[in-house]
Design a protein around this ligand. Structure first.
Ligand code: NAP
Length: 280
């Protein structure tokens, strides 16, 4: 499995997203099997959040991973912005750890920015870090100005990860967020490489299908291969199916030629100026 240096550790270039998992009793066995298949085949990072099924995704992950060596994979969860005070962070974290059947998170993320002053959130995160319940903390859905503001605050430089939308159609982060995060050693996680559930948000242009066909790969494989093409983004596709996961794992080895990338750039241009952050 291709690795990326993520928060100072060699990590699989794709992790497992888990939004909308754990919510259907019919899919439960397949979802558990899928998470285990991923861990058995080189994926060593799982992304989740207290929001996903109001804890149901974390509960599913807890069950799927209970027989695995915890030191061999990273677990990332997120708390709601309205749980971002020191007291509520402690409670949310405690609940997430219980559901996940673990005693620490590798990284804990503020899911998106809310009304709680960032100083308070940082202080809550530093407290739980000091107590050993999380190894590191970060943020999600932060635009460049939010990142700069965070970095200017006491202990703000301890932010280790920012997780934002990143796919062929939403590449605004390439303009300033990716370079800024690289300069400040903040790892970037890209979510929704396929544009989220049932392609609700990403309707690939015809050219994507044509290129995929020429390469004898699927559109999903092309989209994922594109998101991780530069080894600077850890992408976290979600799937509830082992067959889809197998296909996603194969995409890790797909190389897009410079000609193919140039064609995609013509249809999905590289940003040449700051654009407001896309989110889902
Ligand atoms: N921080 C945030 O605000 C935020 C926001 C959104 C997402 N996220 C994270 O990012 C993860 C990924 O994003 P996402 O769940 O929104 O969407 P996504 O990964 O872009 O797409 C998931 C959809 O693609 C399908 N799929 C996956 N692999 C496939 C394949 N090989 N062939 C055909 N279909 C395939 C899945 O269906 P099947 O399950 O049937 O395979 C599902 O419908 C989330 O699960 C979550 O962990 C974070």
């Amino acid at each position: 499995m291709r690795q990326i240096q993520f928060n100072g550790q060699p990590t699989s270039i794709i992790g497992m997203g888990t939004w909308r998992m754990g919510e259907s009793s019919e899919k439960r066995d397949s979802e558990i099997e899928t998470i285990r298949y991923g861990l058995d085949h080189g994926i060593n990072l799982i992304d989740t959040a207290e929001m996903y099924g109001e804890g149901a995704a974390e509960t599913l992950i807890g069950e799927a991973t209970k027989c695995y060596d915890r030191s061999k994979y990273q677990l990332i969860s997120k708390f709601y912005p309205y749980h971002a005070t020191p007291e509520l962070i402690k409670k949310s974290l405690h609940d997430s750890l219980n559901r996940l059947q673990t005693d620490y998170l590798d990284v804990y993320l503020l899911h998106w920015r809310g009304d709680t002053p960032l100083e308070e959130t940082i202080s809550g995160l530093e407290e739980v870090k000091k107590a050993g319940y999380i190894k590191d903390w970060g943020v999600s859905n932060f635009d460049i100005d939010d990142l700069k503001e965070l970095a200017s605050l006491p202990n703000g430089e301890n932010c280790k990860v920012n997780q934002n939308l990143y796919n062929l159609e939403s590449r605004g982060v390439e303009y300033s967020i990716l370079p800024w995060q690289k300069e400040h050693s903040i790892s970037f996680m890209g979510y929704s490489p396929f544009g989220s559930d049932k392609n609700a948000y990403l309707q690939p242009k015809e050219i994507v299908g044509e290129l995929a066909e020429q390469k004898h790969i699927t559109v999903f494989q092309l989209l994922l291969a594109w998101a991780i093409r530069n080894n600077n983004v850890l992408s976290i596709p979600k799937t509830s199916s082992v067959e889809h996961l197998k296909s996603n794992l194969k995409a890790v080895d797909v190389k897009l030629t410079s000609d193919e990338l140039n064609i995609l750039d013509q249809y999905y241009p590289i940003p040449t100026h700051e654009v407001p952050l896309d989110t889902i």
